[in-house]
Write a protein that binds this ligand. Sequence first.
Ligand SMILES: *Cc1c(COP(=O)(O)O)cnc(C)c1O
Length: 377
Amino acid sequence: MTDWAYFDYAATTAIDEEIFTVYTAALREYFANSGAFYDLAKKSFEAIFAARCEFATAIGADSSDEIIWTSSATEANNLALKGVCLHKDVREGRLITVATEHKAVLDAAGSLLKNAVKVEILPPRADGIVDLDALEAALKERKTTLVSVMAVNNETGVVQPMREIADLAHKYGAKFHTDATQALGKIPVNIADWDCDLASFSGHKIFAPKGIGALFVRKFPKVRVAAQINGGGQERGMRAGTLPTALIIAFARACRKAVENQENWQKITENLRAEILNNLPEKICLNIADNTPHCSQILSLATDKNSRELLELANTHKIAIAAGSACTTETLQGTGGSYVLKAMNKQAVAAKSLRISLAHCSKNWEIERLINFFQKI
Ligand SMILES: *Cc1c(COP(=O)(O)O)cnc(C)c1O
């Protein structure tokens, strides 16, 4: 496809060939507005309904009604945090989240602060896992509306204990939202097991096109979500706007594919990961210990050089890698490195780290180029 060695799957993926075919066929076939009256439009409506069922089943939701289509995971996170904490029935909104969350959660939390919602941002433990004792202490302090903790961290690959967090949140009467954007295809995803009330997803992280995301909103017990985009009342009044039928169909298929192939993809990437780790020079090491729960696709590596320099060098070798999340790379120099690693008390390596993200489709020649690059730095 390209002559680039691509190791930035956590930033985005290229569309899968099968999804591409499904997507382009749907663009032509289902152009009619799914909200219109005539039978041609009903075809679009029914195709969206089928996609909703496919998606809901794949993630282990109870009902297709629980899927709210959005434009992205950023929008889904905004809808979850603002929609729950700013709902008119909430008198004194309070959010608890963690310092290692994606900016889409942290910035939405910042905006809530300006709207008189109390926001508690917990530091994680040094291994990146949420400190359950600190979470319980914060929940005991005063009534909390929502707890938001991501499933898989996009910079470190650290996997959070979903069920334990849900149980704590529910014990103190709070709802639980998870940004599960990086979870599909990497770890088993099951809403029923996780017992979460809301969960965010994105198409372009799982080989579907960009411009489509979803928010799972539990029906029983009910979660009250105030719309953040107002209009024609689509998506049970929670998110207005004409539904992008082809994107939805492509996303649902990609979601099912990711869930069905998760174990297989994990095995493949475990081998690729081992190959990289076995060939690392001594001065480069993992930021995450082997015994910390993590996915196999994301490697956070500490080096002895400035991340910016390494990114520039990698670029000349046509290697696509990242220092942290894509959205913060620009400001790396100014801020002194990854806020995620800093939150984990890894100040010393925060500006000297690289993120390698793999996928089942990573090629041997790409791994070889990366290993050669590591030998040179
Ligand atoms: C990529 C990503 C997002 C943002 O997703 P978009 O669909 O690009 O808005 C949010 N959270 C995590 C963990 C991500 O990796």
